[in-house]
Write a protein that binds this ligand. Structure first.
Ligand SMILES: [Zn+2]
Length: 139
């Protein structure tokens, strides 16, 4: 893609003219925003609403980490796979969590993703062993 084509595509998307020097960045940002919106719209889909209710019912409307029942509940995806819809995950990977525990779980998932960039897959066993030792020390 050359900058001129990028500029034309952005004009078509936004209806505005943009400086050609930042076309590539803006085009990528625009596409990411559209795809993120499409992804977030899936959480309004009736299939997700049904699946979400199934997970809440299975957990008896109780957070699976702190066991509190009087907080706003969320369904946490343990992981995401490219191309899958939010409702296309097995029960074992979906967790009913309260708002606070969901924030912690999302934060932990981000930290694990960063670790996964550092450790090659053949070190996963060693990493899990180390995590177990640290977990036992802090609990
Ligand atoms: Zn909780």
């Amino acid at each position: 893609m050359n900058l001129l084509n990028g500029s034309i595509q952005i004009e078509r998307l936004s209806g505005r003219s943009v400086p050609s020097g930042c076309c590539r960045f803006l085009l990528r940002r625009r596409i990411m925003t559209k795809s993120k919106k499409a992804f977030l719209d899936k959480y309004k889909h009736p299939l997700w609403q049904k699946r979400r209710l199934e997970i809440f019912e299975k957990a008896k409307f109780q957070c699976q980490m702190c066991y509190l029942e009087d907080k706003t509940l969320h369904v946490h995806h343990q992981y995401y796979e490219y191309g899958k819809d939010p409702w296309d995950y097995p029960d074992e990977s979906l967790h009913c969590l309260c708002e606070d525990c969901h924030k912690k779980a999302e934060s932990n998932k981000k930290a694990l993703k960063e670790l996964a960039k550092i450790f090659p897959p053949y070190d996963a066993g060693e990493m899990l062993g180390y995590m177990y030792v640290v977990y036992k020390e802090i609990t």
